[in-house]
Write a protein that binds this ligand. Structure first.
Ligand code: NAP
Length: 287
């Protein structure tokens, strides 16, 4: 298949190299053309302009710094004209609103458009388990899935709602950063008490799959709306988060992270959810 890649930063260059290595005919364009040199030596075509790159292939993958950069590349008239009848796969990280705007723009130019969110680092691309979230028209997804699977073996197609991939990216990153703040707080507790922080990291890794399964169960409870206790009464977490807060204060550790958890759980308790499944906390967030 012929494919064009716009953007040769750490991620775009990796994508272009993988497509080329898997036997696709690759054309690239980058604002700074010198970044294409190693790829050109490997047999990739360098287009003289973004419009020329788009024109060279039925599918163009865009992966630049942000959506402002992507708009600056795609919106000028020559590129807008070149995208007619083509597929644009947007792998530049963006938010739900940007996804909607980009999709409307593509539609108005007569292009087919797929939104993607890469959830891996460049060195992790091209593996069977590399995750890539995608959303957009199912027929477009079907047409490019084999190509994209070269770059990320674990494609997660989230349906036709165009902002789904960007939203899911935000949701999962929100989970990651929340967990990371908790991880940092735990590391500081370990440090202050002279407990081995490396051992702490090992334990966190070993318990991650079972907590993942627990969170998956909580998501099912949220969707069902049935908050009768099925795994973990919310009351336990009210007590646990209060205990972490108190112990942190006693140890002289920054209390911002445990205070947030304890405050939210206490609010759920006050609202009368202590005797329900932990997932009833969602009702505090909804209010
Ligand atoms: P990067 O190494 O910083 O490269 C940025 C790219 O954007 C370069 O090709 C750069 O061109 C281009 N660019 C920036 N501003 C531009 C502008 N105004 N006009 C035209 N081109 C412009 O970034 P990256 O790591 O490849 O990331 C690319 C996208 O992948 C981002 O949206 C990022 O969030 C996403 N992503 C990256 C990772 C990662 O670990 N790297 C992981 C997941 C998702 P020049 O070469 O000319 O500067």
């Amino acid at each position: 298949m012929r494919v064009s890649v716009i953007g040769l930063g750490a991620m775009g260059a990796t994508l272009a190299r993988i497509f080329q290595q898997r036997g696709h005919a690759v054309t690239v364009w980058n604002r700074s053309p010198e970044k294409a040199e190693p790829l050109v030596r490997a047999g990739v075509m360098l287009a003289a302009s973004a419009a020329e790159a788009v024109a060279a292939s039925p599918v163009t993958v865009v992966c630049v710094y942000d959506r402002a950069a992507s708009d600056a590349i795609l919106h000028p008239a020559p590129v807008a004209a070149a995208v007619r009848g083509k597929v644009v796969v947007q792998l530049t990280t963006g938010g739900p609103k940007e996804a909607q705007a980009a999709s409307l723009w593509a539609q108005s130019q007569g292009a087919r458009y797929l939104e993607g969110a890469i959830q891996a680092a460049p060195s992790q691309m091209g593996q069977a388990d590399t995750p890539l979230l995608l959303s957009g028209e199912s027929a477009t997804y079907r047409d490019v899935q084999d190509l994209l699977r070269c770059a990320a073996g674990h494609l997660v197609y989230l349906g036709e709602q165009i902002e789904a991939a960007a939203t899911m990216d935000l949701a999962t990153l929100s989970y990651v950063y929340g967990a990371y703040l908790g991880f940092m707080h735990g590391a500081r507790l370990a440090e202050v008490h002279g407990v081995d922080v490396v051992r702490y990291g090992e334990i966190v890794r070993s318990v991650a799959p079972s907590f993942g399964a627990f969170f998956e169960h909580q998501a099912g409870v949220i969707k069902s709306g049935d908050f009768r206790i099925s795994e973990s009464p919310l009351r336990i977490s009210v007590e646990a988060t209060a205990r972490i807060l108190q112990a942190s204060a006693e140890a002289g550790v920054d209390t911002r992270v445990p205070k947030l958890s304890a405050d939210l759980l206490r609010q759920a308790d006050v609202a009368g959810y202590a005797g329900e499944e932990l997932a009833a906390l969602i009702k505090v967030f909804r209010s």
